[in-house]
Design a binder for this molecule. Sequence first.
Ligand code: EPU
Length: 430
Amino acid sequence: MEKFVINGGKELHGTVNISGAKNAAVAIIPAAILCNDICVIENIPSSISDVVMMMRMLESIGAKVCLRNKSTIEIDSRTINSDCVSYEYTKHLRASYYLLGALLGRYSHARVAMPGGCDLGVRPIDQHIKGFEALGADVRIEENAIVEAKAPELRGGPVYLDVVSVGATINIMLAAVRAKGLTVIENAAKEPHIVDLANFLNTMGADIRGAGTDTIKIRGVESLHGCQYSIIPDQIEAGTYMLAAAATNGDVIINNVIPKHLESISTKLLECGVKVEEYDECIRVCGNDRIMRCNIKTMPHPGFPTDMQPQMAVLLSVAKGTSIISEGIWENRYRYVEQLLRMGASIKVDGKLAVIEGVDYLKGAPVRADDLRAGAAMIIAGLMAHGTTEIEDILHIDRGYEYVVEKLTGLGADIKRIDVPEPTGIRSAG
Ligand code: EPU
């Protein structure tokens, strides 16, 4: 077990390089099995645990996956010999269910254990199933534990998503890319990683149009071939460093980003009185002594991302005035509030709303990373707090933030990763 120890109150200064996007990587890695060939994928955040686990999952079905260097992997799908993925792998991350779409697309049959992932409330997969069924697959869930999908032959069809779902849009694209005929996904998700996946598949020879809009059209092709592809920068990692710069009243250049992907975050920072300058491939964020209040409503892209909601709540906890956050995606994304209250924040949660009364400062405390983005929020809170903050359960943070200690230390933060001895057995008295 490990934890982070942060001595807060240091302004962040300098330049930080953003890694490749986790949520694009975990879709593109399984997509590589749709060909019987070699794919070389660059700008991979290869040390985060979600990506490591996705690579192991591919190996578990027979693919050869090797690291050419720390941000480039090679996937050889010619040796795949199984269409089943066990819970031993899928329990670690939500995106494991992309193997369902990818294996279904490759073999017209897939058997994959139900996925794990952050606990953000109920996470149904009904829209994924609806999509597979629209392609002619028969889908069965065995004892709520294993999903099996099979079709004599996948054929394209229309799919209307009842909710805008990133995961369902990706899974349906994966299954449809080699199906016979045309698949049209209406009310599709428009996140940058949806577009990145479509670009990757098109580089492999697919025929996908409209990614990034509400309607995605996929004309099935007979086969796909290997390719070389570079993943987009991580929107949420970039946004997290933008907020860390603002929260510490720092001056940071966030490098290797696509500023267009960060517009909803930049706009809110400007509303809070933070200076944001956009360049071609970087963004400069300069803090302000006193952050102004603002309201946030999380929405599918291009709205404000739910994955930045906890980090934004930390910033607003020291803003001048009262801010209101409305969570529009997940039913249970305020668990971190309990930790912030222990650091002196004043936040009341009522269902999907959080009302934040800005306080003068946060004070360091022992806290917990309840999930990935909650953990990122705790880091920002620790960086801006007076005194020392210790963050436990940092394995959640390691799922999505590459070299976080090194990157923050490079900006002047005082953050260390330390080992925590495993607790020994407790003896009962008497
Ligand atoms: N939903 C359904 N039925 C479905 C699928 C989704 O009702 O079949 C609902 C969900 O319950 C939720 C909403 O639709 O209320 C949106 O869920 P979505 O499917 O878009 O989420 P996801 O694909 O499971 C991805 C990201 C999450 C991010 C959400 C929303 C990945 C691997 N995960 O999850 O990222 O919060 O989109 O943008 O791409 C993170 O990176 O920390 C993270 C949790």
